[in-house]
Ligand binder design. Structure first.
Ligand code: FAD
Length: 568
């Protein structure tokens, strides 16, 4: 193993002992037995599973001690790391290479010198100054004590109603867990969708899932104020004037980097207060490294500055900082934001650039939608997935993907994430050889299909249109052809569409215009694709298939008001 041996014992001080900090500490020790490692956390725990907190609140995890992954004593025994809980770092003196630490139990302050410092203080939940906030029980969720506080409050007060402000992944996990303990749950969200990393049409599937599980969802309706009724009951008032009585409120509207120490120490920061680091996780001070939610790194695809708060990157960056301190030239090459969340029966996973973010770049892109099952149709329990794949044109380089489905959505996103990292294209997706047996997938796996469809588009075999193209079609005097069965057609179709089932198409060419572009569609895209191929090969010049079919069209175009109405 190659690492530096110093003549004098070096001391590494780590601020923050959870995801990034604890990883750094363990890696440092594995690489070098001689370093003195002191890991400070102002909380009462190190290396705990903040990702498990919503499940503790929902009683899926009963015992909070199981959330403590490694206890301070274990850090001492196993890694010879001096892990000090309830020790808060108040300031950094870069000239003297010392930190000022407060022992929160003894209420004593002391100085600690360092040779290297690793900052992993994370990010704190945003608590905005909502008028009336001091009058009502408002909670935030970041730490084990926060989760215990929420669970205890609900139990002691026999709370039945909760309003969650913010529909990000923590808000959604909380919604599921609070429904699991039979609470009446309302989500109030300022945007027109939950799960901001997804594009809105994909988030619509989550909206449906929330509503069908009894969650009341108010979109595009930010909080205006909170207060108490005449009967002293807490309520929340939204900007649209809606008043929702509740027993408690949980704010999960986002986080902000804990950049105070770094700012006061005059390290270089990004526009939102994140610490700037190079690829070695080194800050503008060569003796100070920073990792995790507090840092700004770069987007692996675009190279643009980016900060995404996720446990995986924090852990890996901690490891990389440790390796560099030990003399290795390890690099963090950028973040993809590969993420997964469970919302009731849905598994929602995404990676890379969304269409929203692509619109802010100069990258030329196309997208395809598909709705394959998570395993073979004939094996019981197959669940459809909604897949959106974004790729560069004409190269086919994969840029991002979003899947909303059941079990197996996560593994597909992980494969796509791996391909993106390797610079893979949709043509690689076509070729991937993936494990298959009926309970797990299909001989042509869902993501092979995504590759086939995208490659068909790029090769010109399957020109496509999208759910948002109706105005353009009208302008071009396009002919919309519904190739589903008459029964499906009767249940609902696209305005102006003519129904000729794909099985009858070859007998009915004379009913189709030769001089107008034809826009086919079916339920999910497969029959429309067959129809497109047939028509193109029989001399129809311009034929396009609706990507994702009527399923994507319908979900994508259903309006937020419908969602709100469904809440009652
Ligand atoms: P943290 O893990 O937050 O650790 C920072 C530590 O530093 C804290 O313990 C803090 O007390 C301490 N600290 C801060 N300032 C000081 C100071 N001045 N002195 C001493 N100590 C200090 N990510 C996922 O990828 N998947 C998930 O499912 C997921 N679920 C989550 C659920 C919840 C409820 C939360 C809150 C987060 C979740 N995350 C998830 C995000 C993930 O936990 C973070 O991205 C990750 O923990 C960041 O690691 P970090 O080391 O930067 O900060």
């Amino acid at each position: 193993m190659k690492f530096l041996k110093w003549d004098v014992m070096q001391r590494v001080v780590i601020i923050g002992g959870v995801a990034g900090g604890a990883s750094a500490a363990a890696r440092l020790r594995r690489l070098n037995e001689d370093i003195e490692i002191i890991m400070l956390d102002r909380g009462s725990f190190v290396s705990y599973a903040n990702c498990g907190l919503p499940y503790f609140i929902g009683h899926v995890i009963q015992d909070p001690s199981t959330l403590e992954l490694v206890k301070p004593q274990q850090f001492r025994n196993r890694f010879n790391v001096d892990a000090r809980v309830n020790h808060e770092v108040k300031s950094i003196d870069r000239d003297k290479k010392t930190v000022s630490v407060k022992d929160l139990v003894k209420n004593e302050q002391y100085q600690l010198s360092y040779d290297y410092l690793i900052l992993s203080p994370g990010a704190e939940p945003i608590k905005p100054s909502i008028p009336g906030i001091e009058k009502v029980p408002v909670f935030l969720l970041r730490t084990i004590p926060d989760a215990v506080l929420i669970r205890d409050y609900i139990e002691k007060n026999e709370s039945q109603k909760v309003v969650i402000v913010g529909g990000g992944f923590i808000g959604l996990e909380l919604a599921e867990n609070l429904r699991a303990i039979s609470m009446s749950v309302t989500i109030v969200e300022m945007l027109d969708q939950v799960m901001p990393p997804l594009d809105r049409e994909m988030a619509q599937f989550i909206h449906k899932e929330l509503i069908s599980n009894g969650v009341c969802l108010f979109l595009e309706d930010p909080v205006d104020s909170v207060g108490r009724t005449n009967k002293n009951h807490p309520f929340i008032k939204t900007k649209n004037g809606r008043v929702i009585e509740t027993d408690l409120i949980v704010l999960s509207i986002g986080i902000k980097a804990e950049g105070k120490l770094a700012r006061e120490a005059k390290l270089d920061l990004g526009p939102k207060g994140h610490i700037l680091v190079n690829k070695h996780m080194q800050t503008s001070d060569p003796a100070i490294y920073a990792v995790g939610d507090v840092v700004q790194v770069s987007d692996l695809i675009t190279g643009q500055p980016l900060a995404i708060p996720l446990a995986g990157p924090a852990n890996k960056q901690g490891r990389i900082a440790a390796e560099n301190i030990c003399g290795r030239n390890t690099k963090y090459n950028g973040i993809l934001g590969t993420a997964v969340v469970k919302v009731f029966d849905l598994t929602i996973a995404s990676v890379g650039l969304s269409e929203k973010s692509l619109k802010n770049t100069k990258i030329q892109y196309e997208k395809v939608y598909l709705h394959p099952n998570n395993h073979t149709n004939y094996y019981p329990g197959a669940i459809p997935m909604a897949v959106k794949l974004l790729f560069e044109t004409p190269s086919g380089r994969i840029l991002g993907a979003q899947i909303v489905g059941g079990p197996g959505s996560d593994k597909r996103i992980d494969i796509i994430s791996t391909l993106i990292k390797m610079g893979g294209t949709v043509f690689d997706l076509e070729e991937l050889e993936l494990a298959y047996a009926p309970p797990y997938g299909s001989a042509k796996d869902a993501i092979n299909l995504a590759g086939f469809i995208a490659a068909n588009v790029l090769r010109g075999d399957q020109p496509i249109w999208h759910w948002h193209d109706l105005a353009k079609i009208k302008e071009r005097n396009g002919f919309i052809l519904d190739v589903r069965t008459p029964g499906e057609y009767k249940l609902g179709t696209i305005e102006g569409a003519i129904n000729i089932p794909d099985t009858l198409l070859r007998q009915k060419f004379n009913e189709l215009p030769q001089d107008r572009p034809i826009y086919t569609f079916c339920a999910v895209g497969y029959r429309g694709y067959l129809a497109t191929r047939t028509l193109l090969q029989h001399g129809f010049k311009e034929v396009y298939n609706l990507s994702g079919g009527y399923t994507t069209f319908n979900v994508a175009r259903s309006r937020t008001e419908n969602v709100i109405k469904a809440c009652g």
